[in-house]
Design a protein around this ligand. Structure first.
Ligand SMILES: [Zn+2]
Length: 266
């Protein structure tokens, strides 16, 4: 059987978040996916006033297919799994730029592994224009800290995935932000070093899934006070190379097919 790419481009991610928060999107953005937004809005029972967007780097769809148990902590807090196709190239700056601009790579301009500060409108700019308070919490040297730099939002750079989770929990406890975008890449690092299905890499999948679980639990403290959109949203996958390490950037199905999970907490 031939490889099958997933139906939806990552460029719809910004539109789905904007739909759930009732934020008007500039015309340049790809729209959300109406039936997805409608399901989430119905589950929210109105507009989300909080969003926690968790980006576990490089977790491919086949990891979910073959190690589904590892995703149980995510299932606990989400109700909709949506397959996406990553960008060409299937690398972090290209994919995250597409997720947060609603544009294909030739349109936002990051088409390979370069990390210029984006000058076009991003979801962060749209949220800030609407008066939303936004934070990015990311591992040291995260792509988020480069391509989304220069905005009137708060940036928190942490040494590892655990400290990213601790900082995110601290910010959630203070309830000062409407939107928190979180980027960890322990899985990406381990998969590059030891292979995408190595014990080390799969441990990192669990660590990041547990991190998502803890963040969702923290948001559940606000049931009845806030309506929260939670997403678990990888950027691309990884494939095994002849040397036993992991790599990505290709059009291989392992690099391109990913799955996002959406949850609502009300
Ligand atoms: Zn990588």
């Amino acid at each position: 059987m031939a490889d099958h790419y997933n139906t939806f481009s990552l460029k719809h991610f910004a539109g789905i978040v904007a739909d759930c928060m009732d934020i008007p999107l500039p015309e340049s953005y790809a729209p959300g996916i109406p039936w997805v937004s409608n399901i989430l809005l119905a589950r929210l029972g109105g507009t989300a006033d909080r969003a926690v967007l968790y980006h576990a780097d490089a977790v491919g769809q086949y990891i979910w297919q073959q190690y589904t148990d590892l995703f149980a902590p995510i299932y606990q807090h989400t109700s909709l799994a949506l397959p996406f196709t990553s960008t060409v190239e299937s690398v972090t700056p290209v994919a995250h730029a597409t997720m947060y601009t609603g544009l294909e790579p030739p349109e936002h301009g990051i088409q390979t592994y370069t990390r210029p500060q984006l000058t076009c409108s991003t979801l962060f700019d749209v949220l800030l224009e609407q008066g939303k308070r936004v934070a990015i919490v990311a591992q040291a040297d995260s792509t988020f800290l480069h391509i989304f730099a220069g905005r009137e939002l708060d940036y928190f750079e942490c040494p590892n995935a655990i400290s990213v989770q601790e900082k995110s929990l601290e910010l959630i406890a203070k309830d000062q932000y409407d939107v928190i975008s979180i980027h960890t890449f322990d899985y990406d690092n381990a998969a590059h070093a030891y292979g995408p299905e190595s014990k080390e890499a799969l441990n990192a999948v669990s660590l990041e899934a547990e991190g998502f679980h803890r963040l969702a639990e923290a948001m559940e403290e606000y049931r009845g006070k806030h309506k929260t959109l939670m997403t678990y949203s990888p950027d691309h996958g990884q494939h095994l190379t002849a040397g036993g390490r992991g790599s990505h950037g290709s059009k291989m199905i392992e690099d391109m097919n990913i799955v996002h999970f959406f949850g609502t907490i009300v």
